[in-house]
Ligand binder design. Sequence first.
Ligand SMILES: NC(=O)c1ccc[n+]([C@@H]2O[C@H](COP(=O)([O-])OP(=O)(O)OC[C@H]3O[C@@H](n4cnc5c(N)ncnc54)[C@H](OP(=O)(O)O)[C@@H]3O)[C@@H](O)[C@H]2O)c1
Length: 336
Amino acid sequence: MKAWLLKDFGLDNLELGEVPTPQPKSGELLVKVGAVSLNFRDKAIVDGIYEPHRVPKPLIPVSDAAGTVVSVGDGVTRFKIGDRVNSHLYSRWLDGAPGPHEPDYCFGSPLPGGLAEYMIIHEDSAVRAPDNMSDEEAATLPIAALTAWYSLVDFGQIEPGQTVLVQGTGGVSIFAVQIAAALGAKVIATSSSDDNLKTVKNLGAVAGINYRTTPNWEDEVLKLTDGKGVDLLLDVAGGSSINQSVAATKAAGRIAQIGFLTGQTAQVNLMPLIFRQTTIRGIAVAPRSSFDRMNVFLDTHKIRPVIDQVYPFEKAREAYEHLAKGAFGKVVITIA
Ligand SMILES: NC(=O)c1ccc[n+]([C@@H]2O[C@H](COP(=O)([O-])OP(=O)(O)OC[C@H]3O[C@@H](n4cnc5c(N)ncnc54)[C@H](OP(=O)(O)O)[C@@H]3O)[C@@H](O)[C@H]2O)c1
């Protein structure tokens, strides 16, 4: 089969090649990949800054895929040939609390990913792809939508009328705006672009703050929330902006620590954190059971993924470059 292979770190070392088509073992599905979507994680893996010690070489990259089952191993009962499925990043985290070794079983490193004609998914980890979405749309769900969903619902327990702050207009954040608005929350969005802030208001945000022209954006959040701060803040920026996130979150509020766009380490000012009694929770996507619940919600609320651009398989490197420049919503690569 044709597959993109990361032979060493750096986008120049991502090469189109041919490898044997994998055969499904007991309990596994062979999936003809229709489309994949890129996440910041995929770019960080190529750049060698995401758990580099876990990355096998060569690696078939990209975790998030949608496609059709074309053959099954012995004993498969959950799916049959012809079913459309999604990959699920934490392939062994199915329900409840995570185990200690979940990162060892993630697609797109260390397990082979979907940037190829075929991929293997264990039936327990596969999720039925929504009938009303194309493969390009469904491929956006496994990390970006599910992380937003888990942060807002499983962790955040957001109720109508509560306030949520969402940072930037990338993959996770756009889904977060759509899902939080559908939950009845008041969403404040930040972005480096006034144009993006206008568009994000059309998706359900009630207010927008330009974090570039308003570097002390947390003060603006306090003004918008009667001095209290938001109930829940989805932090994708990371780095030392965590202190701004604490200031922008209400007393006894919650921060979902999702990302590390500006840095993987932070110097946290403990006194404000203690006085505000903030809960900061590390988020690592979600179990598969949460994915199943999210798909019902997306269908009920008619939420459609926002795709910035779809690239053909041969232009995978251009897709990575697009993500690096910043995308509004998702960047997708079609395989067929
Ligand atoms: N822990 C998890 O489970 C999990 C899951 C998914 C993602 N993540 C992490 O979350 C982060 C976002 O992922 P993604 O895939 O959504 O990325 P993405 O699609 O590449 O989003 C990037 C966007 O983030 C915004 N941004 C950049 N710097 C910012 C800053 N300092 N403050 C606020 N916004 C900023 C920009 O939006 P504007 O152009 O509008 O400024 C940019 O376009 C990454 O670090 C990723 O690894 C973690």
